[in-house]
Design a protein around this ligand. Structure first.
Ligand SMILES: Cc1cc2nc3c(=O)[nH]c(=O)nc-3n(C[C@H](O)[C@H](O)[C@H](O)COP(=O)(O)OP(=O)(O)OC[C@H]3O[C@@H](n4cnc5c(N)ncnc54)[C@H](O)[C@@H]3O)c2cc1C
Length: 462
């Protein structure tokens, strides 16, 4: 081990207890990738540390500044853009021991939480008070509050309820120089000065270390139901989405699965999905118990008159979970098709959605790639999941060409390269396709102001 690294490890062990500093090759390797499964990560972490309080975080920041070494925050590592990868080495700051709910305040409808708290655990606890925290990045049983704030996560419920950014009232942040910054307030509204909280939402750990968050909660809808509506063409499915919205119906979710996604899920996680159909919409309605059947009837009428050829719907919790499990399993199912799987996230104004979906299917066909398309189409958001073999040089080259074309198509349709997954390492070379140079320049200036020595998750986003 180099002397610099030895000293670094000694310093870390002095500040944190021994079991909170991981240093073996295997341990450092295991924490150097994330769910993005990127091919070209050339370096691994120098150390992995588990922090238990703000003072320890400040001490780690001091050490990182002393050795001019990166700090890469890590929640559950489920981001899919290489936001936690370690191309430049560094200290992985793991929050799994800062995972508590510090307060649920039913009167104010707020929760004060630590960054390592699992989203699903928060949801379960607030539901005991009849409250609801809607952001659900499809893997809420593992992903953390800190990671979902830093990644500006969305998910299936964002059509009706918005994304993580809409639920952040206040953040406590350790800055790159060790100072503690408090953003926002505990109030539901705040027009007092710049909204610094939003700067940290989606900052991917590049501007500061989130150590606490006050979240807005809303009343939990009394009842909910979900349906799968099948179509024989993508165009008719998208038309149905627009007709539902034109009729002023406001489902919690309008998600999409194409034929490949349906067939792949059904093959590996059978859920009685109809594999002879071209695509399906997954639509959830919620609200007062006696409104569910009313909403369902109106939506079924619209779906049938828009050409839906079959509709399955949940009548109890078991059926509800079964449909959702099928939708959530699409990426897991894709991993069984090839040794690697990539998932992407592009979004366009809804009027251009059909062109985007058909365009992505055509591009993948042109490059001989399988694609399983899912997405939150109520928002205009599409996730092409592309299973490939990185060792197959031709396939990998084709994948890179297809990715570039998908981004060009998205930009030409007035879209943007991520609605909810972020940029990370995977997309940083492409963001100038959609972000204007002046805006990019101001983003770089913000980074420089917050983190002049480039300690915090360097070379991510841009
Ligand atoms: C199967 C699957 C499905 C998914 N579906 C969706 C979806 O539908 N919608 C969606 O939006 N996302 C989706 N994602 C992406 C992913 O779940 C989210 O990005 C997730 O919320 C990240 O949480 P995490 O705890 O895993 O964060 P991590 O991956 O650990 O970290 C994400 C980023 O946050 C930073 N970070 C973590 N903690 C802190 C902190 N305390 N302070 C500062 N920065 C911090 C990290 O440095 C990194 O940049 C999916 C992922 C998978 C694997």
């Amino acid at each position: 081990m180099l002397t610099k690294n030895k000293n670094l490890i000694n310093d870390l062990k002095k500040q944190l207890s021994k079991e909170n500093v991981l240093t073996t090759l295997e341990e450092r390797y295991a924490y150097s990738q994330d769910a993005s499964n990127l091919k070209d990560i050339k370096n691994i972490a120098d150390a992995v540390v588990f922090v238990e309080n703000i003072e320890q975080i400040q001490n780690v920041v001091k050490i990182a500044n002393k050795y001019k070494i990166p700090i890469i925050c890590r929640g559950a590592g489920t981001n899919v853009v290489g936001a936690c990868t370690t191309e430049h080495g560094g200290i992985i700051l793991n929050f799994s021991k800062m995972n508590k709910i510090l307060e649920i305040n039913p009167e104010n409808m707020t929760a004060r939480v630590q960054p390592g708290l699992i989203l699903g655990d928060l949801q379960k606890e607030v539901e005991k008070f009849g409250l609801f925290y809607p952001p659900d990045p499809s893997n809420l049983k593992v992903s953390t509050i800190g990671g979902s704030i830093a990644q500006s996560s969305g998910g299936a419920k964002s059509f009706k309820y918005g994304t993580t950014k809409d639920y952040i009232l206040s953040l406590t942040v350790v800055m790159a120089n060790g100072e503690i910054l408090q953003t926002g307030s505990n109030t539901i509204k705040n027009a007092t000065g710049y909204n610094l909280s939003t700067l940290f939402v989606g900052s991917e750990g590049t501007l500061g270390i989130i150590t606490e968050a006050v979240l807005k909660l809303i009343p939990k809808p009394e009842a909910r139901a979900v349906m799968m509506s099948y179509f024989d063409t993508v165009e008719s499915a998208i038309k149905a989405v627009n007709t539902i919205i034109d009729n002023r119906i406001y489902p919690a979710t309008i998600d999409f699965m194409d034929k490949n996604a349906i067939c792949t899920v059904e093959k590996f996680y059978p859920a009685n999905l109809l594999t002879d159909k071209e695509c399906a919409l997954v639509i959830e309605v919620d609200g007062f118990k006696n409104s569910i059947e009313y909403q369902r009837k109106i939506i079924v009428n619209i779906l049938e008159s828009s050409g839906s050829s079959a509709i399955q719907y949940s009548t109890n919790d078991e059926e509800y979970e079964k449909i959702w499990m099928a939708r959530r399993s699409s990426m897991g199912a894709c991993t069984k098709l090839r040794p690697n799987v990539t998932t992407d996230d592009v979004i366009v104004p809804r009027e251009n959605l059909a062109k985007l979906v058909k365009g992505i299917q055509n591009i993948c066909e042109k490059y001989n790639l399988i694609t399983c398309l899912v997405g939150h189409v109520g928002d205009g958001s599409v996730h092409p999941q592309i299973p490939i073999d990185y060792e197959d040089k031709v396939e990998y080259e084709n994948y890179k060409l297809a990715k570039n074309e998908i981004y060009q198509l998205t930009a030409s349709l007035d879209g943007i390269l991520s609605g909810e997954h972020g940029v990370g390492y995977a997309k940083k070379d492409y963001i100038n396709m959609v972000i204007n140079p002046t805006a990019l320049d101001y983003m770089r200036k913000i980074k420089k102001t917050f983190d002049p020595d480039n300690i915090l998750n360097p070379y991510k986003i841009f």
